[in-house]
Design a protein around this ligand. Structure first.
Ligand code: HMG
Ligand code: MG
Length: 300
């Protein structure tokens, strides 16, 4: 029989992962309305934005305004790739900061312009400082299954990187299938291994849905003991430096599945769809998630 948790935490990544890859400029007030509507839907943990180079990711250039003008509800993350990003995040009063590194060296170079080791060495004093400030540190681990440049990634490399982050003091690991290539067996095996090796850190799964395997991967990860999932309203998302990384698994579809399984998330599917309806006119890609299509057509 299936082993399922009673509760799951949804970490909404739409305003960050969902919008960072969007080619059309999204106005600050439309992002803020999206964030407020997601909070109204019961989202208690959310990635709001990133403090990254505006030359590299122009869509996140309004990070300071987004943090300053969002209501402080629950745990709100901002991403920072380096000391400068962390400094900017601290200046605006962020209390939860997410750093990010790729297991794959080639991907990390494309994403952060550093080797994985260079990034880790540079992040060590940054994390120490954040911990001194009492900041909740989330570490996002990209290309934990496959890399668009290097192919299959060995689980032992993922474990080693995760162990290093935990030794540095990270509170949470968000382990990502960046280009949506993992299958349910790989998801189960990696998360089972990570839960065994690192039982005392919050462990989150981050699935992109490029090949429509994310929902199956979530179900497999639940079996491995994972009860935290990054999801994106409207299935928006993708990393500009990971070719083939289309949207994240959709919040409304994941919450619906969990609802039907009797697993509580505290998130209201209809209200997530209302949030999606607010952002849909401002993004270039069509929104075709299962629950949003039903919502638009007024179907139960
Ligand atoms: P670089 O060009 O090597 O930076 O880029 P640098 O350190 O040489 O500095 C160059 C200039 O950038 C300087 O300004 C710095 O001050 C500035 P200048 O003197 O030329 O005026 N700079 C910054 N400005 C704002 N914020 C900063 C910052 N750092 C330096 N933090 C850098 C290195 C890391 C900045 C660049 O590569 C970058 O911004 N990369 C971000 C890429 C990104 O945002 N990717 C998407 C997020 S990760 C993701 O989506 C994956 C995830 O979802 C999980 C998954 O699915 O895998 C999390
Ligand atoms: Mg991502």
């Amino acid at each position: 029989m299936f082993i399922l948790p009673n509760n799951v935490t949804i970490i909404e990544v739409g305003p960050r992962d969902g919008l960072q890859n969007e080619k059309v400029h999204v106005d600050e007030q439309d992002k803020l309305a999206f964030i407020a509507a997601l909070q109204k839907a019961g989202i208690s943990e959310m990635e709001l934005t990133s403090f990254v180079s505006p030359k590299w990711v122009p869509q996140m250039a309004d990070a300071k305004e987004i943090v300053g003008k969002s209501a402080r509800i629950g745990r709100q993350f901002v991403l920072a790739p380096n000391a400068k990003g962390a400094e900017l995040a601290l200046e605006v009063g962020a209390r939860s900061i997410a750093v990010f590194v790729g297991v794959s060296n080639s991907f990390n170079k494309k994403n952060i312009n550093r080797s994985t080791d260079e990034s880790m060495n540079a992040l060590e004093p940054v994390i120490t400082k954040l911990k001194e400030h009492g900041i909740f540190v989330r570490a996002c681990i990209s290309t934990a299954f496959y890399c668009p440049y290097e192919g299959k990634i060995e689980p032992k490399e993922v474990v080693a990187l995760c162990e290093r982050f935990v030794a540095m003091g990270a509170n949470e690991l968000s382990v990502a299938d960046t280009i949506g290539m993992a299958n349910p067996r790989e998801s189960y095996d990696l998360f089972k291994l990570l839960k065994e090796k690192l039982p005392d850190v919050l462990m989150t799964a981050h699935f992109h849905d490029t090949r429509k395997m994310a929902m199956a991967n979530i179900f497999a990860s639940l079996q491995a003991g994972i009860d935290r999932f990054d999801t994106s309203a409207g299935g928006l998302g993708g990393c500009p430096f990971a070719p083939g990384a289309t949207g994240n698994v959709a919040t409304e579809d994941v919450v619906h599945m969990l609802d039907t399984l009797g697993i509580k998330t505290g998130v209201d599917v209809k209200k997530v769809c209302e949030a999606v309806a607010l952002i849909a006119p401002h993004v270039s890609r069509p929104i075709e998630t299962g629950m949003y299509k039903l919502f638009v057509n007024n179907q139960p």
